[in-house]
Design a binder for this molecule. Structure first.
Ligand SMILES: Cc1cc2nc3c(=O)[nH]c(=O)nc-3n(C[C@H](O)[C@H](O)[C@H](O)COP(=O)(O)O)c2cc1C
Length: 334
């Protein structure tokens, strides 16, 4: 992508993004569950401009989700207890996939299940309908199910079992990880060993809210998942630590990203691509805006290939002039 530059008139930023065997035009995606089931955001911008569109997690069957209230805005964050409401794979293929195909979006389908067999069933139902679908994101980390034992990504063995039954789908798969466990690295290792192309991290952080005046729980589901800017440091650290432990792993970073600077920081921590979630609720164009800001920032810093700086921070490489320029830019803005 060519962007104007003060010094030379223009600067080329090569956004090509390699996520293992999945190649994308750029590293910015939507996050599952925050931009609808299909092409809803195409009312605001051209979805084909994003690296990929990740749809709300689908089960093999329609699922009602949790009772309301499901969303609670909080300072710098949001709590949700949507609970994986969705039409199920078969209705989704009929009612949502055609518009996604028309939009030219590269679609990543997120799937979930309550048992290993249900994950297998959801992925089986997708076989034969993969035109326009570039990857599967396996949501093994939703915090909004009744039994917390259903969070597969709190156990390396359970994670392995799920990935093993999904991998026969024949397109790249990514395991969506939970930040609510001390076993995140072991779980990531198990996912990759079982055949995942990479991991997406992080899902929401377990939380809840109580109204002190009525002594009632404020979300219909009881507890919920925290998202938005407040969890960005948690996501950044999770990505940073995993990349340091497993330098070869492919990570898609998600959690509180709402600007190009947030995206670049996540890539420096070790993410090869990023997803924009809660920011989309206040600004439906947020994923495209983040992409534009990332490109402008790279041009300003002299970064011609953002993929070159992935994991730059953990590898502790020598600071180059690009980053000195960043300090200059900060000083200029003061
Ligand atoms: C309302 C809502 C619904 C979500 N639904 C899903 C989902 O269906 N599947 C999933 O893997 N993650 C889901 N997530 C988690 C997001 O994809 C993302 O991991 C998380 O919100 C952190 O990113 P953010 O701070 O940019 O929102 C949901 C998040 C929100 C706020």
């Amino acid at each position: 992508m060519r962007v104007p530059s003060r010094k030379s008139g223009h600067f080329d930023v090569d956004l090509e993004t390699n996520l293992g065997s999945l190649k994308l035009d750029n590293p910015v995606m939507t996050a599952a569950g925050t931009s609808g089931h299909g092409a809803e955001l195409s009312a605001f911008f051209d979805l084909s401009k994003l690296g990929a569109v990740v749809v709300k997690s689908l089960a093999a069957y329609p699922f009602p989700g949790n009772p309301g209230p499901r969303l609670l805005p909080l300072p710098g964050s949001m709590l949700n207890s949507v609970g994986l409401a969705g039409p199920g794979v078969v209705a989704w293929e009929k009612d949502y996939l055609p518009r996604l195909r028309q939009s030219g979006a590269k679609t990543i389908v997120s799937i979930w299940g309550k048992t290993v067999e249900e994950y297998a069933e959801a992925s089986e139902l997708l076989k034969g309908h993969l035109d326009g679908i570039v990857a599967i994101e396996v949501n093994i980390s939703c915090p909004n199910l009744k039994a917390k034992s259903e969070i597969f990504s709190h156990s390396p063995q359970a994670t392995r079992s799920v990935i093993e039954v999904v991998r026969s789908i024949g397109i790249p798969i990514f395991a969506k990880l939970s930040p609510n466990t001390h076993l995140m690295a072991e779980v990531a290792e198990a996912a990759v060993e079982a055949g995942a192309c990479g991991v997406t991290m992080i899902n929401t952080v377990l939380g809840m809210s109580i109204d002190p005046l009525t002594a009632s729980l404020e979300l219909g589901g009881g507890g919920g998942g925290l998202s938005g800017p407040a969890i960005r440091p948690i996501a950044l650290r999770a990505v940073y630590e995993l990349k340091r432990r497993m330098p070869e792993i492919v990570i898609i970073g998600v959690g509180g990203i709402s600007s190009g600077q947030d995206a670049l920081a996540m890539m420096l921590a070790g993410a090869s691509a990023v997803q924009v979630g809660t920011a989309t609720f206040s600004d439906p164009k947020a994923p495209l805006r983040v992409l534009g800001e990332l490109v402008e920032l790279c041009a300003r810093l002299g970064i011609s290939r953002p993929s070159d700086v992935v994991g730059y921070a953990p590898r502790g490489m020598k600071i180059t002039s690009g980053f000195e320029t960043l300090s200059d830019a900060k000083a200029e803005n003061r």
